[in-house]
Design a protein around this ligand. Structure first.
Ligand code: FAD
Ligand code: NAD
Length: 404
């Protein structure tokens, strides 16, 4: 009998966890495993705010995919997926087509702009490693240009961050530490620089523990970060953003840099598959398969699962993407061996948001924590993700060991 082909799209947390688990649990005589990703490297999406602020080099955030896959078991193809035909069971890429028997879609997230005018064109987004590098270089360019100008335009030194969710807050934490370095490097007086976070909801980190949120806001304000809360961004222009302050009241913030961190959606390729989805996220079956397509699994940020305790979707996180990758691999092995699949139940260990390299807030194993303790815990979580995918070697090479 012909060996089935398992095609995995995307080498983020979900895709790599699937492949790494599959290569351990299935023989080359049982299935052909093909992994497609648009780059020949994986990047730690959870560290992108650091690369964007310039507190970590883009190089440190990524690693070669071939270092973590067994090349005798997995065929890696560097290609950009362009279309997924789930009826014809074929995937089209910029370098050719791939037929499959089983498909795993793990194509990750994109920034959500909610159709707000000008954001797509004039705001930057912490979407991937190249976009993060662009943000870093854009901010440096603004500082360098200001220092050269005869008639100085101080708005070059204003950075607006749209959204005070986890991404926005973590990016602000890095910026708070980076701005003094930039001021020194480009001879800019610190008081000329404004970093303003604009949040639509009435609080920072909506839904998170209020005591921890207070701590984060206090810490960030003490480092000069400003907040405009309950004031949604309604438009972006080449000069900055317009925010809504009341029924008929608007303010324009002139800014040289606008970073949009106000939410994510799934990969838009999902919307063209014909599979029912919401903002490119598919409400998957309990065993992670797409409804109506028994040979298609969806993991990570393209998958949507409802938490039955809260009746709300689980947030799209790396933590869940990796656990889904493991379960997806187990279920693929089960199907190939003619066994039944298992249900995915997330094992949530908590959430920690960094506030720069030296501070954080979070809840882990039911305990609230702040400061260095939380920061230590965050780095442990980051190291654990490396360890689970690439073992000790990768952890030692890319891990965070500035622990105190
Ligand atoms: P991704 O990690 O986005 O990977 C998708 C992969 O698919 C990428 O390699 C991409 O290059 C590839 N790809 C995309 N399109 C194509 C295409 N057309 N063709 C080929 N390849 C393609 N979660 C946590 O749990 N903890 C955290 O601390 C945390 N911090 C975060 C910090 C930031 C700044 C951000 C932005 C997110 C953070 N998250 C965190 C969320 C987490 O990063 C995502 O939930 C996670 O990356 C989702 O994993 P994934 O495998 O679905 O997709
Ligand atoms: P999010 O949806 O969690 O937060 C987006 C924020 O933007 C919200 O507070 C929302 O009210 C605000 N917003 C929306 N529209 C706006 C507007 N027009 N103007 C101003 N503000 C607006 O999105 P995120 O922060 O990008 O996070 C995405 C996912 O990644 C989440 O699941 C999050 O938990 C996860 N994540 C986790 C971590 C961590 O665990 N450390 C870090 C980053 C991201």
């Amino acid at each position: 009998m012909k060996r089935p082909t398992i095609l995995v799209l995307g080498a983020g947390y979900g895709g790599l966890a699937t492949v790494v688990n599959l290569q351990k649990s299935i023989g080359t005589d049982e299935a052909d495993i093909v992994l497609i990703n648009k780059n020949d490297y994986h990047y730690e999406s959870t560290w992108l705010h650091e690369a964007a602020a310039g507190t970590l080099s883009p190089e440190q955030v990524r690693y070669d995919i071939k270092h973590v896959i067994s090349q005798d078991k997995v065929k890696f193809v560097k290609a950009e997926v362009q279309a997924i035909d789930v009826k014809g069971k074929v995937v089209t890429t910029d370098v050719g087509t791939h037929a499959y028997d089983y498909l795993v879609i793990a194509l990750g997230f994109e920034g959500e702009t909610f159709g707000i005018t000008g954001l797509d064109k004039y705001a930057l987004s912490i979407a991937n490693v190249k976009a993060a590098r662009q943000i870093r270089e854009h901010i440096e360019y603004q500082f360098a240009t200001w220092s050269l100008e005869d008639e100085k335009d101080d708005s070059r030194l204003t950075i607006v961050v749209g959204g005070a969710g986890f991404t926005g807050i973590e990016f602000l934490g890095e910026l708070a530490n980076r701005v003094p370095e930039l001021c020194k490097e480009f001879d800019v007086p610190r008081e000329k620089v404004r970093v303003i976070c604009v949040e639509a909801a009435p609080m920072v980190l909506p839904g998170f523990d209020p005591e921890l949120v207070d701590y984060a806001v206090r810490q960030l304000k003490s480092k000069g970060i400003e907040f405009s809360i309950g004031t949604p961004v309604v438009e972006a222009t080449p000069e900055g953003v317009k925010i809504k302050k009341g029924e008929e009241e608007f303010e324009f913030i002139k800014a040289g840099t606008v970073v949009w961190a106000a939410g994510v959606r799934g990969n838009r390729l999902i919307e063209e598959t014909g599979i029912e989805n919401m903002r490119a996220r598919v409400k998957v079956e309990k065993d992670l398969r797409a409804p109506g397509f028994d040979d298609v699994f969806i993991v990570g940020d393209c998958a949507l699962m409802i938490n039955e305790e809260t009746n709300r979707p689980y947030p799209p996180t790396a933590q869940i993407a990796m656990q889904q990758g493991d379960m997806c691999a187990n279920n693929l092995v089960a199907l190939i061996k003619g066994q039944s699949t298992s249900e995915f139940v997330p094992d949530l260990k908590g959430s920690i948001a960094s506030l720069g390299d030296d501070d954080a807030i979070g809840v882990a194993f039911g305990k609230k924590m702040t400061g260095k303790k939380a920061s230590f815990m965050k780095k442990m979580v980051d190291n654990r993700a490396l360890f689970l995918i690439g073992g000790l070697g990768l952890t030692l090479k890319k891990g965070k060991f500035n622990l105190l």
